[in-house]
Ligand binder design. Structure first.
Ligand code: NAD
Length: 437
């Protein structure tokens, strides 16, 4: 099939590439011409395991191409996917101006002679956005243009997006017309994944409800971790014990610094905001958000208790990406920790296996030292903070680490190290919801 994706960021680029890999002919559009030029030259703007090879392979066989022109990308497309940003407004509601703009731009290009089009909303949007997109297109394109709007939320996880897209748990398609539903089912036929067919509103709600539930699991275990810290219990064992219950599952029960990233913080905020607008305040989610916001502050307080003052002390931070296997630093807790430590006068050095490039423009101007080698980063540090759960950090050579640090003190915000190993090596080790050693 001929497919167009508008917005070639984390979602659009990976989705478009995986559609091509499954046999479709895909045109990825982006209005950032620098990004399009780079993509055409084979420079991939994001780090996502396996993505670069798939892009190169599909470009080479002519199944994937890049443009910034909707005039070029729309006429032949059977389905047009929208994957543009939906960032939060100051009050937590969703800024839908990117969606509105794309709807207008699509309308300006579509003509009745191009035939029936399915416009697919892949961005994460508040319930009822599909209706607005359809109204906008009709308003600007005229009633003669034949199209349907469909909601097809994306559930990929950054860091394993290619695998998630090629082998999805489920595909959710929200459509109010059988004709549109059939087109989307044809798009997804090669994936052999379970398809849930819904109305548009339910599909839109599924995405916000799913992300909010995952965030809730994280805040839940972080609240349990606080009780563990007061009682000497070990939150890892508690998580193991409750996660063995199939009704609960162990996934997303990892105590730590809390969730970050481009999705959970904004999607929880959005769901809170929508519920309030609808007169059904979702107080449970307000608590989820409160616990999350407190989590890294509590961690810093524990560090303050240990060091007394931060001023002029060298503190190393391992981890700037909001999670492992990505270079994405949006709402990253590692970045927030660096900013707060610098604000209190600490001398901060930082490292990350993939996110140095994305973090530099934010942290270098405030004086954070970027060090490629993780052991050099920790050299002469009074404390090492672990802020991202990269495997490189979990598997660190403790002998080497102990030889470079000034004090052997580790504050592990992701519980990735073994307290027993650290005790044997004479480190002082603090983590989240586990007894310090
Ligand atoms: P992103 O910022 O990485 O990419 C968005 C892209 O859209 C950018 O390249 C931007 O230049 C482009 N763009 C903006 N306006 C445009 C326009 N008018 N025409 C053409 N291109 C335009 O964002 P993302 O992380 O890919 O997220 C996109 C949407 O998908 C959001 O709604 C997000 O909530 C949702 N989502 C994200 C993830 C994730 O893990 N990142 C997962 C599921 C859903």
């Amino acid at each position: 099939m001929k497919l167009t994706i508008i917005g070639s960021g984390y979602v659009g680029l990976t989705t478009g590439t995986c559609f091509a890999e499954m046999g479709h002919h895909v045109t990825c559009v982006d209005n950032n011409e620098t990004k399009v030029k780079a993509l055409r030259e084979g420079i991939i703007p994001i780090y996502e395991p396996g993505l670069e090879d798939l892009i190169k392979k599909n470009v080479a066989v002519g199944k994937l191409k890049f443009t910034s022109s909707l005039q070029e990308a729309l006429p032949e497309a059977e389905a047009i996917f929208i994957a543009v940003p939906t960032p939060p407004n100051e009050d937590g509601s969703v800024d839908l101006s990117f969606m509105e703009r794309v709807a207008r731009e699509i309308a300006e290009v579509l003509t009745p002679s191009m035939g029936y089009k399915v416009i697919v909303d892949k961005s994460t949007v508040p319930v009822k956005t599909g209706e607005k997109v359809a109204q906008t297109i009709t308003h600007y394109a005229g009633k003669e243009v034949e199209f349907d709007v469909v909601s097809n939320p994306e559930f990929l996880r950054e860091g394993c997006a290619v695998d998630d897209l090629l082998h999805p748990d489920r595909i959710v398609i929200g459509a109010n017309s059988q004709r549109a539903m059939d087109v989307l089912k044809q798009v997804y036929r090669p994936f052999h994944a379970p398809i849930l067919e819904t109305d548009i509103e339910s599909a839109e709600l599924i995405k916000h409800a799913a992300n909010s539930f995952l965030a809730l699991k994280i805040s839940y275990i972080n609240a349990v971790a606080r009780v563990c810290e007061k009682t000497g219990a070990d939150v890892e064992l508690v998580a193991e014990g409750i996660g063995m219950d199939k009704r609960i599952s162990r996934h997303f029960l990892n105590a730590g610094l809390g969730y970050g990233g481009s999705c959970f913080p904004k999607d929880v905020k959005a769901f809170i905001s929508i519920s309030r607008q609808l007169g059904e305040p979702f107080l449970l989610l307000e608590e989820v958000e409160r616990i999350n916001e407190e989590q890294h502050e509590r961690f810093l307080n524990r560090l303050r208790d240990r060091l007394w003052v931060f001023r002029d002390k060298k503190i190393a931070v391992w981890g700037l990406a909001f999670k492992q296997n990505t270079d994405d630093i949006r709402e990253s807790i590692g970045i927030k920790l660096c900013q707060k430590l610098v604000a209190e006068g600490a001398i901060v050095s930082a490292t990350d296996p993939k996110a140095m490039g994305t973090a530099r423009p934010i942290l270098e101007p405030i004086g954070v030292n970027f060090v490629d080698d993780m052991y050099e980063c920790a050299r002469d540090a009074e404390v090492l903070i672990i802020a991202t759960e990269w495997a490189d950090f979990a598997n660190a050579d403790l002998q080497k680490l102990s030889s470079v640090m000034r004090n052997r003190i580790i504050f592990d915000g992701r519980n990735i190290m073994s307290p027993d190993n650290l005790k044997t090596m004479n480190f002082e080790y603090h983590s989240v919801g586990r007894p310090s050693v």
